[in-house]
Design a protein around this ligand. Structure first.
Ligand code: PLP
Length: 369
């Protein structure tokens, strides 16, 4: 990355960690198909299994529960394919969930959230009363950072003999996760959100889920759930990044201080901070200034050297409506101004102060005009 730029878009993708690059450099010229029984094949197999151990350890579960995939999107797609004929989807899920669900051609109920983006437990229970379903609820939202009370949710889902799929792509690496304790049946994680390379991720499955239906059968790799010769380099870097997540608590405190600094200053300039009073990822802040449009602001920020996102998805340079803010019943005018800042391991106080100065200058200028 150019040193003059300030990258505040870790929820889109993290800066690649140096550990990730080193791990891949070490084996760049190695070869061998991990399914072959000769020496080269066995060496590659052992590297994959080491990575599986590292990923499983970071999620406090058995390595037998880790199915490597091409990323979060593919893990979501396999998970939703396990539906017992009915799906309940949280309205603020990632677009990958809605797109996979569409292809299934089964009954789908959408679960509403409150104005903070937290799911409505009463509505969840009402929907579960209709019969067993696969429930899809993300752990942390990519736009607002809001963290859902997954343990509580899983208890409700279990009491109605239903299954819970949790998209933990944003939460993984930012909060401590114990797959075994959370009572989740299926979970998705992704390497590029934790400093690894894109194109690698995992579906985490409960050990008694031995009847899973694959999307790609191929040569039967990954317990027959995800066929095809493994993405060796991606998996190695994924394992390496997972193994250095043990400092999550300290990093989370550091990032929270930076986000507090940012939010205190932007609030005093008149910003509205979304989901301010509920539990959120420590690195994420979504805010709007009622008088500023995200589309123009993003361009100005980019020219000034800041990489951030609008709250909503950007497509062909146009800012699209955010289904997350819409589900939270946010006024359309405010939705159009939403800017997401997401910090990470390379972020520091000086960068945050520069970002605050950018907004102070905008408002000083406007005041003089
Ligand atoms: N789920 C969430 C919450 C995400 O933020 C993303 C990526 O932005 C995905 C799923 C998709 O993950 P991947 O890019 O690894 O396919």
């Amino acid at each position: 990355m150019e040193s003059s730029r300030i990258y505040f878009d870790y929820n889109a993708t993290s800066l690649i960690r140096p550990e990730s690059i080193n791990s891949v450099n070490k084996i760049l010229s190695s070869y061998g198909n991990p399914s072959s029984i000769h020496k080269e094949g066995r060496l590659m197999r052992s590297l994959i299994e080491e990575s599986r151990e590292k990923v499983s350890k970071s999620l406090s579960t058995s390595s037998k529960n880790i199915i490597f995939t091409s990323g979060g999107t593919e893990a979501i797609d396999i998970a939703l394919n396990q539906s017992p004929g009915r799906l309940i989807i949280n309205s603020t899920e990632h677009i990958a969930v809605f797109e996979s669900a569409k292809r299934l051609n089964i009954d789908i109920d959408i679960l509403d959230v409150d104005s903070n983006g937290l799911i409505r437990m009463d509505l969840l229970e009402n929907l579960l009363k209709k019969g067993p379903a696969l429930v899809s609820i993300m752990l942390a939202n990519n736009e607002t950072g809001v963290i859902q009370p997954i343990k509580e949710i899983s208890k409700i889902v279990k009491s109605y003999d239903s299954l819970l799929f949790c998209d933990a792509v944003q939460a993984f690496g930012k909060v401590k996760l114990s797959f075994d304790d959370l009572g989740i049946d299926l979970m998705a994680v992704s390497a590029h959100k934790i400093g690894g390379f894109s194109g690698s991720g995992a579906l985490v499955i409960k050990k008694d889920m031995n009847y899973l239906i694959p999307r790609v059968s191929g040569g039967g790799q990954e317990l027959g759930l995800r066929g095809g010769t493994e993405n060796l380099l991606g998996i190695i870097s994924f394992g390496e990044c997972a193994s250095i997540l043990n400092e999550i608590d300290n990093e989370s405190i550091r990032l929270k201080k930076l986000v507090n600094l940012l939010e205190d200053n932007l609030s005093s300039l008149g910003a509205f901070i979304y989901s301010y009073n509920v539990e959120r990822l420590s690195n994420t802040s979504l805010f709007s200034f009622s008088e500023l449009r995200a589309e123009t602001l993003l361009m100005k920020l980019d020219l000034a050297g800041f990489s951030v996102s609008s709250g909503s998805a950007c497509n062909s340079g146009k800012v699209k409506e955010s289904h997350v803010l819409k589900a939270m019943n946010v006024d359309e005018n405010m939705q159009e101004g939403a800017i997401r800042v997401s910090l990470g391991w390379g972020s520091n106080k000086k960068e945050v102060k520069n970002f605050i100065s950018f907004f102070e200058n905008i408002f000083n200028k406007t005041a003089k005009e």
